[in-house]
Design a binder for this molecule. Structure first.
Ligand code: ASP
Length: 328
């Protein structure tokens, strides 16, 4: 018999109408009781860790979820975390670094419609996630709309449809078909997971718009240990307006700059255009390549809690974890 721990954190799946919009009100055991029987091969215990709309989730909550998994790791065969969909991809990425190389499944799921509604994806997603957590699917993944997506590669790409998540620049790990997990890829894992218990939250994200001013970048660098710049296309910074100088000055003061792209698929390639190549060659800024922005943010928080030394940050940043980037 497989023993699964269900960890509730809130989200639409557990939400009810309050008169002022949906808010989490159903506990993890309440979710289970609305699911019906699960069969004799699986025993599910539940833990109500948080009751938050995932807009309210912060890095300290990622640490709480990782801590709950660590505390219970030996007692269970797999874990399911129910979570709001809005920041689910960030939490999945964060858990991929905080609980690295887990041989046991850590499955995140949620829903676009609350479990109490007649037409809902909650029951199917939860049932699929529990199936996946009881199967041989190591590491962190998201189960949603019958797909299994690697935790470091997920992105919410639809705000209303049941097919809310896509796997970015990496194939899906599997699908759930007729109540069975069809696995295409088995994540590599260790004999034991490596847990981390710290994050540096001084990481910021700037989305470039045409005509943006340097002061915005300076404002963020002043308050951050690392700034991720979501630039255009394969990557670059406007050549007038002092952006290059800004990055150079803040790097001299020990800040980390990472260039990524606003384009969802295929990633950055900073060396291609004049607007990007100098940043790479002369300033040695880091680039995200095929990583999602969610994974870049979580990885930087995880790395910067270990070291702020630029060459060490660079080495860790380019070391793939849970296939978050293809090796270069
Ligand atoms: N606002 C909700 C949340 O992220 C949306 C959802 O769960 O689908 O908690």
């Amino acid at each position: 018999m497989k023993k699964i721990l269900l960890i509730g954190t809130g989200g639409t799946i557990a939400s009810e109408e309050t008169g002022e919009g949906l808010a989490p009100g159903i506990t993890a055991s309440g979710l289970l009781s609305r699911l019906g029987g699960l069969g004799p091969e699986t025993r599910v215990d539940s833990r109500e860790l948080l009751a938050l709309d995932s807009t309210n989730i912060e890095p300290r909550h990622w640490l709480m979820i990782a801590g709950c998994i660590k505390e219970n790791y030996e007692s269970y065969d797999g874990f399911v975390v129910t979570h709001g969909t809005d920041t689910l991809a960030y939490t999945a990425a964060a858990l991929s670094y905080l609980v690295m190389g887990s041989p046991k499944p850590i499955v995140l799921t949620g829903a676009q419609k609350p479990i109490g509604m007649d037409s809902t994806d909650s029951r199917e997603n939860l049932r699929d996630a529990l199936l996946c957590a009881a199967s041989d699917m190591p590491g962190v993944s998201i189960v949603f709309d019958h797909k299994v997506i690697l935790g470091t590669r997920a992105k919410k790409t639809r705000s209303k449809s049941f097919s809310a998540f896509e796997s970015i620049n990496y194939p899906e790990l599997g699908v759930i078909r007729d109540g069975a997990v069809v696995r295409f890829i088995r994540q590599e894992c260790g004999a034991e997971p490596v847990f981390s218990g710290a994050l540096d939250t001084k990481v910021s994200l700037l989305k470039l718009i045409p005509g943006i001013r340097r002061e915005v970048l300076d404002f963020l660098f002043e308050r951050s240990d690392a700034v991720v710049i979501e630039s255009f296309g394969v990557g670059g910074l406007p050549e007038s307006g002092g952006f290059f100088e800004s990055v150079r000055q803040w790097q001299e003061r020990g800040r980390i700059a990472v260039l990524t792209t606003q384009v969802e698929n295929e990633g950055s390639d900073l060396g291609v255009y004049h607007v990007g190549s100098r940043l790479k060659k002369e300033l040695g800024v880091l680039e995200a390549w095929d990583m999602t922005t969610e994974a870049v943010i979580a990885k930087l928080m995880w790395i910067l809690a270990k070291t702020k030394n630029a060459p060490e940050v660079e080495k860790l940043f380019y070391t793939p974890v849970a296939m978050d980037m293809f090796p270069r």
